[in-house]
Every structure is written in structure tokens, then in C-alpha cells.
Design a protein around this ligand. Structure first.
Ligand SMILES: *Cc1c(COP(=O)(O)O)cnc(C)c1O
Length: 408
């Protein structure tokens, strides 16, 4: 089965109760059971059924199964936001005194979270040049995981997932990958060796920009050593599934960041057209980047351009697609603002992965809390504009960006 067919037919079962082909919204807080014994069985995990929406819900469970199938995972847990998913994926295994090694070209919210982790006694060591040997040089006996984004937002750097996974596994560490920007349409990180994949489903997976959400997909293979990860000892009997079981039991149920079934419904409507939207938006992004590359007023960063440092790796790793995001440098903050204000179609907003083209000045918005050093490492300069390319007609996008360039 090819991607678009699988997307529509693998995991989305007609509703058992009614045969409805659109996933029903189980808009309920709790589920009554026939007997006290049944409820007891659900709580101790002997019966797979529903008790309370903070733990699981049929609408959400269908979505989790669909994304997990697409990613070739053992299972998935959905959260109320991408940030809730990232914090849960990490806090599920790290403790006071532990260290994380992460690429530096991170989404602003993740960068803020990683700074906050210091208050929990967890140290993040950053790799500024996204190469495997730089991760290796930061390993210590306190390191508990390696963390990367498939395409750094907005640095647009690309890690070699296969090589990084090999390094992680040589050191008995998991590789956690934020694949929000690529989606399973471009890459299945678990197939390349990653152990945990995270998506902010607010972005391309939803596509319409109508809900916030996140999901953590867990792979099948990593052997969680309970000496190295003592928090998993409680779930030792689940073996390679211990991380997944703990994620739902402790991170979702106890911390409580569950998604609303209505938001999941909206996200799944979007998910149905993921393949079409990604194909179109990646194509638009490449055409726009090629146009900018020929204009002297602006310098463009996009892994799809042949002279880009990450081009070859991205070409192989992402199946000849390069994402829907590009960045531009206009020379000064003033020019960047003038350019933004001249755009007719691109909405000025702090989001990516919408069907509409969006543009933003990251330094004055998403990276407001970042230090100068963090901004430098994330590739956020004062003259930088990030563009998330939508699915509009390319001729309209080209003429809009051309007229905006003429204004500066
Ligand atoms: C938006 C985003 C997040 C955070 O997701 P929210 O749903 O906004 O909480 C995490 N990682 C990346 C790469 C993102 O673009």
C-alpha cells in the first residue's frame, strides 16, 4: 500500500456502534461500565476499554493508532499540545542530575523548555554544528538521551538520523526526534533507527491551523535498562514497551495534559489530506526558494537548493522532498519588517504547516525569551524572516513575494 492509500485505510475503522465512516467525537468525560468488576479490570490494565478521557478516549485512541501505524510505532500517546508531548517524552525518563544532548537549531518553545529544565536539575548540552561527531564529543555517563528536530525550525539544519541512532545505541541511549516539520510523508524516523518520534499535530498533520495538539510515537526495539532509567523499573514487566506504558500512566494520566476529543476530530479531518498538502506545499517551497536564490536583495536558506549544506542528506533521508519552510535574510530588521508588511497573501503569524502561507520575524516574537547566544545557535538573526509555504497557486505566491521584494 502506498502512502496516501495507507493514510486513508490503515487504522481508521468504521465506528463499531453505528458504522459511521467519519470518526465520531466521543465528547464525554467518563465511560460507565456494566459492573464494578469491569471497571476494576480496566484500572488494573486487564481489560482494554475506556474509563476516563484523561487516560484515554475512543476518538483519541483511533488517532493514536493511525499515527502510530503511519510511523511504524509500537504505540502512541496524544497530548494537548506539541510542547506537552515534548515535555512528557523527556520527563518520562530523566531525573535530577541527568544530561541531554540536543541539536541547537530548535523550535523556540523547545528552547524555552530546555532552559526551564535547569530548574529540575536537568542539563541540556547543545551541539551547534549538527554532525554526529559533535554529539559524540558531549557524551558523559550522565547522558540519558539524544534529541534532534528532523529539520531544525527555523535553522533548517538536518541531522543524519541513521548515524545518530547508531551513536545513541552504541551508548545504550535512546534517540528522540521531533518530526513535526517533516511528518511521516517525508520520513519515518523509527525506520531509520530513532526510538521515539514527536509531532506537534498543530502544524502539518492538522494542516488547517484549527487546533493545538501533540503526539509521542514509541518504537518497538529499544531495550530500556532500568538501571540507567530507574523510573521505568515500575513498568519493567512490559520490557521494550515500558517507556510507552509509563508515558500514558505517569506523563498523561498524572500530569494531565490530555487532548480534547473535539480537537482530535478536527486534526483527523486534516490528516486525511496530509499527502496531498505536503506534496503541494513542498513543491511550492522549492519553487519559491529557487526564485529567491536568483534575487540579489535577499539570501535564502532551504535544504532543497542544490548548494545547501544539507541538500544531499535531505534528498536521501526525505525522499527528494525538503519541507515546507524556508528562511530569508533581508539585511536589516527594518527591511525584514517592511518586507513582511508588504506581503498580501502571507499571514503574519506564529505558526507553521497551515494550508495558507505564513511569515514571521522570529527574533522579535518566538525567540523573545532567548539569549543572544541561543538565537545565534538557532540561526535567528535580526534580519531573518521565516516563511511556512502553503498550498496557494504558486504564480500568486511568486508575484506577491516579488512585489514585496521590490518595496525594499
Ligand atoms: C510548533 C512546534 C512545537 C510545539 O508545538 P505546539 O503544538 O505549538 O505546542 C514543537 N516542535 C516544533 C518543531 C514545532 O514547530
Amino acid at each position: 500500500m502506498n502512502f496516501a492509500t495507507e493514510l486513508l485505510h490503515n487504522g481508521l475503522l468504521p465506528d463499531k456502534a453505528t458504522g459511521a465512516t467519519t470518526l465520531p467525537i466521543y465528547q464525554t468525560a467518563a465511560f460507565s461500565q456494566a459492573s464494578a468488576e469491569d471497571l476494576e479490570k480496566i484500572f488494573i490494565g486487564r481489560k482494554a476499554d475506556f474509563a476516563y478521557t484523561r487516560i484515554s478516549n475512543p476518538t483519541t485512541a483511533t488517532f493514536e493508532r493511525r499515527i502510530s501505524n503511519l510511523e511504524r510505532g509500537a504505540g502512541a500517546v496524544a497530548f494537548s499540545s506539541g510542547m506537552a508531548a515534548i515535555s512528557a517524552a523527556i520527563m518520562n525518563i530523566v531525573e535530577v542530575g541527568d544530561e541531554i544532548i540536543s541539536s541547537a537549531g530548535l523550535f523556540g518553545g523547545t528552547n524555552d523548555l530546555f532552559r526551564e529544565l535547569k530548574n529540575f536539575g536537568i542539563k541540556v548540552n547543545y551541539v551547534t554544528e549538527n554532525r554526529v561527531e559533535n554529539f559524540a564529543s558531549l557524551l558523559t555517563d550522565k547522558t540519558k538521551l539524544l534529541y534532534v528536530e528532523t529539520i531544525g525550525n527555523p535553522k533548517l539544519d538536518v541531522p543524519d538520523i541513521t548515524k545518530l541512532a547508531a551513536l545513541a545505541h552504541e551508548n545504550k541511549l535512546p534517540l528522540i526526534v521531533d518530526s513535526t516539520v517533516t511528518t511521516p510523508y517525508l520520513v519515518r524516523p523509527l525506520n531509520l533507527g530513532a526510538d521515539v518520534v514527536i509531532h506537534s499535530t498543530s502544524k502539518m498533520i492538522n494542516g488547517g491551523g484549527n487546533s493545538i495538539g501533540g503526539i509521542v510515537v514509541v518504537g518497538k526495539k529499544f531495550r530500556w535498562d532500568t538501571k540507567k532509567f530507574p523510573k521505568l523499573a515500575e513498568f519493567k514487566q512490559f520490557g521494550t514497551m515500558s517507556y510507552l506504558v509509563r508515558l500514558r500512566a505517569r506523563m498523561l494520566t498524572d500530569f494531565g495534559g490530555c487532548p480534547a476529543p473535539f480537537n482530535i476530530f478536527l486534526t483527523q479531518v486534516g490528516l486525511d489530506t496530509l499527502a496531498l498538502r505536503m506534496e503541494r506545499a513542498c513543491g511550492n517551497a522549492l519553487e519559491l526558494a529557487t526564485f529567491f536564490a536568483e534575487n540579489k536583495k535577499v539570501s535564502v536558506n532551504y535544504p532543497g537548493l542544490e548548494n545547501n549544506f544539507y541538500h544531499e542528506l535531505a534528498n536521501v533521508q526525505f525522499n527528494a522532498h525538503f519541507g515546507t519552510m524556508l528562511t530569508l535574510r533581508l539585511g536589516t530588521k527594518e527591511k525584514a519588517f517592511e518586507f513582511l508588511n508588504s506581503l498580501r497573501f502571507a499571514l503574519k503569524e506564529s505558526n507553521i504547516g497551515d494550508v495558507r502561507t505564513l511569515a514571521i520575524h522570529p527574533a522579535s516574537t518566538i525567540y523573545l525569551n532567548a539569549t543572544e547566544g541561543e538565537k545565534l545557535n538557532a540561526g535567528v538573526s535580526e534580519d531573518l524572516i521565516r516563511v511556512s509555504v502553503g498550498i496557494e497557486d504558486i504564480s500568486d505566491l511568486l508575484s506577491d513575494f516579488e512585489q514585496a521584494l521590490q518595496k525594499i
